[in-house]
Design a protein around this ligand. Structure first.
Ligand SMILES: Nc1ncnc2c1ncn2[C@@H]1O[C@H](COP(=O)(O)OP(=O)(O)O)[C@@H](O)[C@H]1O
Ligand SMILES: [Mg+2]
Length: 233
């Protein structure tokens, strides 16, 4: 459970993330050959990805996680989601959105107008796509549709791993900008992770987490202001 501040204060939680794997190597002939050639020890080891790392998140924060493949981005999202759900927060995770075998326009929004608005926020602006079914979309188009479904949800926390990773970068930036705008308007916390580092200006994250190899991590909290700046427009 997170340590929470008192009622009336902005809702801040500190989550302690601890993730370590016990690694055993299977001693096959080739493994032994490699171990000898490269001088590797084959004793059981502990691989630490997060060493009881505190991460402070305020309700409504936009949290941007970057880092190389294998650094621990998905792990931190998964751990945070588990702890937030244990605290009773409703979480909408892009990987858990269920899509129906119906045209997009029929499975989002209370009416056609709201459907069009949600689709356009998520970067789906082509009328041809509105009448297609999820299975007829490209991976990137389907990802954007899932994002629209998350925006529609009444969840307090929106989570998107591999955030806009397969999109061309111009489109990705536009959607990142739209997403943070809507999230800040409704006060949703946003957790996104991707190896792409090019969305800082558009996401204007409150918390930027650069995960490095093993337990190494660099966390920057932005100055006050991103939120006030965004919500006054
Ligand atoms: N069952 C496991 N045993 C050992 N190491 C694991 C296991 N599962 C994941 N890892 C390691 O944890 C690290 C972080 O994984 P992950 O969070 O998926 O990285 P990312 O999302 O940044 O690519 C990786 O280096 C991976 O090898
Ligand atoms: Mg990952």
């Amino acid at each position: 459970m997170a340590e929470s501040h008192e009622a009336g204060e902005p809702f801040v939680s500190v989550y302690h993330i601890d993730k370590r794997f016990h690694t055993e190597v299977e001693r096959t002939d080739r493994v032994l050959e490699i171990a000898e050639a490269f001088g590797l020890g084959l004793d059981d080891k502990e691989f630490v990805v997060f060493d009881n790392q505190p991460i402070e998140i305020e309700q409504g924060d936009v949290v941007y996680v970057t880092g190389e493949s294998g650094s621990g981005k998905s792990t931190v999202l998964r751990e945070l989601v588990g702890k937030m759900e244990a605290d009773g927060l409703k979480v909408a995770d892009i990987d858990k959105v269920e899509l129906l075998d119906k045209p997009l326009i029929d499975q989002i929004g209370a009416d056609t107008g709201e459907a069009l608005n949600l689709l356009s926020i998520a970067g789906l602006n082509d009328a041809y796509l509105f009448i297609r079914k999820p299975k007829e979309l490209s991976d990137g188009q389907r990802y954007r549709f899932r994002l629209a479904k998350i925006i529609e949800s009444a969840a307090k926390v929106w989570v998107a791993d591999e955030f806009l990773a397969v999109l061309d970068r111009t489109t990705a930036k536009v959607i990142a900008f739209n997403l943070q705008k809507v999230a800040r308007r409704v006060g949703a916390t946003v957790l996104v992770a991707t190896t792409h580092t090019d969305m800082v200006a558009d996401l204007a994250p409150n918390l930027y987490i650069e995960k490095r190899y093993r337990e190494k991590i660099h966390i920057v909290r932005s100055q006050e202001g991103y939120k006030t700046l965004e919500t006054t427009q």
